[in-house]
Write a protein that binds this ligand. Structure first.
Ligand code: ADP
Length: 321
């Protein structure tokens, strides 16, 4: 193999730059020319690619986001544009492409594997942690730490002022970030789409705790439920405490890459490049039970992620005495 490229697609995560750095260095070590594709599948269609060097990745390991840009691409849903993308890779003599992205990007990559003879390898990279077949996606740890800092800060003001804070976490349809954040920041309430909840039980709990001297509440609500305002109103009316909503939104995607994500970036990329060198054409690098494994893109792209039962069981204790 002489030339290999890397692309970041869909929602960016902190850790993509660390991945780019490892990609360039590990390709060089294997006598492979590393190439960057700019701005996701848009850059693939428009032939925006560049040969990468050590200088291209100097000093980027700490920075969130991605140096080569990421994008969503409507055009990529159409076969004629994917044909164009494949022709561009062929014309440059690029034989393999590493795709850092979420489930949408993997559906796109799945198409590429069906429509070309080039080799592709996916690295799960999304803060939503919602990719089937892997328990960890790059960027999740940094996002969780950003959320933790935000909740800790809100707790300071909530406790001083005696308020209920409803904190809405981003994470598409998946409640993973909300669940782990609630468990690790001592929140009093956690509402996610994966679990039923009983507001009457919460009310009984909260009124009792208020009587016993509790001055504030922290509620973590997944954006998927679209209920943050309703829950804030519920606190005012049912628990009789002033409430505020804080929507964390895109703040969750930024931030200095955590140690865990820097290391995971390096490990994911090493396994991806190794898989491509070994001749794999359509795999995704998955992380489970402390180790890495290759899974077929057809499996990963056509299944749904489920939160591990053990974590869900922990969250079940919310809202029940
Ligand atoms: P993420 O990868 O973070 O989940 P998206 O869901 O927006 O982000 O997907 C990223 C891009 O992947 C889309 O903008 C589109 O170009 C491509 N994509 C998604 N689904 C498909 C599909 N079924 N066929 C081809 N390309 C797709």
């Amino acid at each position: 193999m002489k030339k290999m490229a890397i692309v970041c697609s869909g929602g960016d995560v902190s850790g993509m730059n660390a991945a780019l750095k490892r990609f360039v260095e590990y390709c060089m070590r294997n006598q492979i020319e590393p190439w960057f594709v700019y701005d996701g599948y848009e850059g693939l269609i428009d032939n925006r690619m560049e040969r990468a060097t050590y200088a291209s990745v100097a000093g980027i390991i700490t920075r969130g986001g991605t140096k080569i840009g990421s994008a969503r691409s409507k055009r990529f849903m159409e076969e004629r544009y994917r044909k164009q993308a494949i022709a561009n890779l062929h014309a440059r003599g690029i034989e393999a492409l590493v795709v850092l992205g979420g489930d949408g990007s993997f559906r796109g990559m799945h198409r590429l594997t069906q429509e070309s003879d080039l080799a592709f390898c996916g690295i799960p990279a999304t803060i939503d942690n919602d990719i089937a077949g892997t328990e960890y996606c790059l960027g999740v740890d940094t996002a969780l730490n950003v959320i933790k800092d935000a909740i800790d800060a809100i707790r300071d003001t909530a406790s001083s002022f005696g308020r209920a804070f409803v904190i809405e976490t981003m994470g598409r349809e998946c409640g993973y970030l909300a669940l782990v954040s609630a468990l690790t920041s001592g929140a009093e309430m956690c509402l996610i789409p994966e679990l039923p909840y009983d507001l009457d039980a919460y009310k009984r709990d909260f009124l009792k705790e208020k009587e016993e001297g509790r001055r504030y509440f922290i509620a973590i609500v997944s954006e998927a439920l679209k209920k943050s305002e309703t829950i804030a109103k519920w606190f005012e009316e049912e628990v009789e405490i002033e409430s505020r909503v804080t929507v964390l939104g895109h703040i969750q995607r930024g931030g200095v890459t955590s140690v865990h994500d820097r290391l995971m970036a390096s490990r994911f990329v090493t396994h991806a490049v190794d898989a491509l060198i070994a001749g794999q054409k359509s795999s995704v690098i998955c992380y489970n039970d402390g180790g890495f494994e290759e899974k077929g893109i057809d499996d990963v792209a056509s299944n749904r992620y489920v939160i591990p039962q053990e974590l869900l069981d922990l969250a079940r204790e919310y809202g029940s005495e």
